[in-house]
Design a binder for this molecule. Structure first.
Ligand code: ME8
Length: 653
């Protein structure tokens, strides 16, 4: 990315409309937002595109399962993404849906172009198809007869299809990557792609599906009996989006994109398919394809069945939007894998945000209010060391941003936070205030602290836009007043506004979520978390995962009548139930069903309880037994009840 360019075009993957957006989707989109905000702040003309991937078999299937047309299904699911982007303050300039007529038109034009140039051919094809991934594999690609990507079953399919002659571009792609060291980032991912390209022969890419098998897609312009392969359709969004969604009035031609941000899961489709498609179309290649790492949750893969999928809406409601945004980019270098836990989030909020930055602002405001009636004093001298640290941030963050190293940018910015806190400590303004002779020095110290705060707000605003805007407003600076990166941008005489602490401290909750997840874990869930090699071993020991009757007999299942149900303080997931099991008194059971059930819906119901489970503590409440509920792959949850009315305490065998 060259710093001289006046425009900047950044993209996120377009997310499958079937998914409910989670922390992973939020991560890539916030990264793109930080970049977009940063470059807008540097005066560049920015276009930031995100959107949804709406065609393909999975969407067709999911829509059918809901009794909806694919259009209706996609139309309702897309709102989950659009609403989340509003919550997270995502400043995208456009939102592309692959069902937009404008996009479909461009896909057909590009296909026609490739067809006219003889770069697409019809062939008979036999291959192994992974339906969930919507990808064909050759025999040798398969791992133990399963999809090498997701490990699921594949089916053998023979059919006529259209192929893009991708193999022709193998050498050119190797050369391009070699000549453009930042084309694929980070370095490890580049080496992965190069290794693959140098050691294997690139095949041609099947880019169609017969309509009789899949109707939910864009028809090929040269054979309407086929629709486009979902990846061909999806990748084109980066090119088609600005053509019909960007304001063309300033004469900006957006293609090529400066940065495609993606997760490491979709590196091949971008680095190989998309690059060669562009070469064949004689279009310029993007500046950078950056594949970031993968988030796990408390050491585990996110999974609907475990119920540990992190919902960003929930995190933002409980901890704050900017706190979440900050955490994601401070916690791990962009490019590395990371682990999310509420404990880690709370620690960063309390130490770096509430203590370091929050206290700096509170102290500065309080002292200017106290010693100068809330008016920024005139400094008597320039603090050269501080000035150079603050002004140096411009080039140091610029370098970090050019390398997409968000963590380094934050570390650089934090040097000024720490410096200023130490500066206040060592100059002790409270002592200077005691004597009229040191009033001048006091003015310098408090001016410098306030000015550092202004510079910090400026540099932090791409990461934490809402809070930094609030801070600048509290400093009495109009929107533009905070934009000057040079020292001295805060005019003495500025009257500070009312001040509210930026980042409230958060009390650590006592392992609620962890206990809740653990108490709900079934052997199947534990199995899902195993590494492939561990899985193989346990399958050998327990063929087909079967148990014998004596193992089942250990579990005591009983009917119970819900006498009372109510919320659990501090958790929107848990409900406290009093259940009659026909024992001496009712039992207290704490169940993680608060998102799906209102307490009053449960009262009077006969439910199924694991009666001989060791008691567990959830949010400080003892839970004696576990309520059974079914969860499907879409995340819907239903509490088990009995088919006919039956007394509480009845045994289930
Ligand atoms: O692949 N950690 O869409 P998708 C980090 N439609 N990032 C994660 C993540 C995790 N655990 N889980 C998901 C598709 N992501 C295609 C893309 S683009 C032309 C078509 C993020 O809904 C990450 O950015 O499966 C990943 O690449 C993307 O979500 C996959 O989103």
């Amino acid at each position: 990315m060259s710093a001289q360019k006046s425009r900047f075009y950044v993209t996120t993957p377009i997310y499958y409309v079937n998914d409910i957006p989670h922390i992973g989707h939020a991560y890539t989109t916030i990264a793109a937002d930080i970049l977009a905000r940063y470059y807008r702040g540097r005066g560049r003309d920015v276009f930031f595109l995100t959107g949804t991937d709406e065609h393909g078999q999975k969407v067709q299937k999911a829509a059918g399962a809901r009794g909806l047309s694919p259009e209706e299904h996609a139309g309702s699911m897309v709102k989950n993404f659009q609403n989340l982007w509003k919550t997270l303050n995502i400043s995208n300039d456009a939102f592309i849906r692959t069902t937009d007529p404008g996009h479909k038109k461009v896909v057909r034009e590009l296909l026609q172009k490739l067809w006219d140039r003889g770069l697409i051919e019809k062939r008979s094809y036999e291959g192994w198809y992974c339906t969930p991934d919507e990808r064909f594999w050759t025999e040798k690609d398969l791992k133990d007869g399963k999809c090498p990507d997701c490990g699921r079953d594949v089916e053998k399919i023979e059919e006529q299809n259209f192929f893009f002659l991708m193999s022709r571009y193998q050498e050119r792609l190797i050369e391009h990557i070699g000549k453009n060291p930042s084309y694929i980032q980070p370095e490890t991912r580049k080496n992965e792609v190069l290794g693959f390209l140098k050691n294997q022969t690139l095949g041609d890419l099947c880019i169609s599906r017969p309509k009789k098998r899949l109707s939910w897609g864009i028809p090929l312009p040269f054979d309407e009996d086929f629709v486009t392969y979902v990846w061909f359709d999806a990748l084109v969004n980066y090119y088609s989006g600005p053509l019909y969604l960007a304001d063309q009035s300033n004469g900006n031609e957006w293609w090529p994109a400066d940065a495609h941000l993606i997760g490491k899961d979709i590196l091949t489709t971008h680095a190989v398919y998309w690059s060669t498609m562009l070469m064949a179309l004689e279009l310029p290649l993007p500046g950078t394809i950056f594949a970031h790492g993968w988030w796990t949750i408390e050491g585990k893969k996110m999974s609907k069945s475990i119920g540990n999928v992190v919902d960003p809406e929930d995190i933002c409601r409980r901890f704050g939007v900017d706190q979440f945004r900050y955490f994601l980019f401070r916690e791990i270098p962009f490019g590395n894998d990371g682990d999310f836990s509420e404990d880690a989030l709370i620690t960063r909020i309390n130490t770096e945000l509430a203590n370091d930055l929050g206290n700096l602002s509170t102290r500065t405001f309080t002292m200017i209010n106290k010693y100068f009636d809330g008016v920024v004093p005139e400094p008597q001298e320039a603090e050269e060391e501080m000035r150079s640290l603050a002004e140096g941030l411009v080039s140091r963050t610029e370098e970090a941003f050019a390398a997409l190293d968000f963590q380094r940018a934050l570390e650089e910015i934090w040097k000024l936070v720490s410096y200023t806190n130490k500066y206040i400590e060592s100059n002790a303004p409270w002592a200077l205030a005691k004597s009229p002779e040191t009033k001048g020095r006091l003015a310098t110290v408090l001016y410098s602290a306030a000015e550092a705060l202004r510079v910090l707000a400026l540099h932090l605003s791409p990461f934490m836009p809402e809070t930094m805007e609030k801070l600048l407003a509290e400093m009495g600076l109009p929107e533009t007043g905070g934009k000057n990166p040079l020292w001295g941008g805060l005019p003495p005489g500025t009257r500070l506004g009312t001040f509210e602490a930026l980042f409230p401290r958060i009390e650590k909750l006592k392992n609620i979520e962890k206990e809740e997840i653990k108490s709900k874990e079934t052997p199947k869930m534990q199995e899902e978390q195993k590494k492939p090699e561990e899985k193989e071993k346990s399958e050998a020991e327990h063929p087909e995962n079967l148990i014998d009757i004596s193992e089942f007999a250990k579990v005591e299942l009983k009917t119970g009548k819900v006498l009372k149900a109510g919320p659990v303080k501090g958790s929107n997931k848990l409900l406290r139930l009093e259940i009659d099991l026909s024992e001496e008194g009712p039992r207290q059971v704490v169940a993680g069903i608060g998102k799906q059930y209102k307490p009053e819906e449960l009262e009077g119901k006969t439910v199924i309880i694991v009666a001989n489970l060791k008691p567990a503590k959830l949010m400080g409440l003892e839970s004696r037994g576990m309520l059974l509920a079914a969860t499907d792959s879409e995340g819907a949850l239903s509490v088990l009840t009995t088919e006919k009315s039956i007394l509480p305490g009845a045994k289930i065998k």
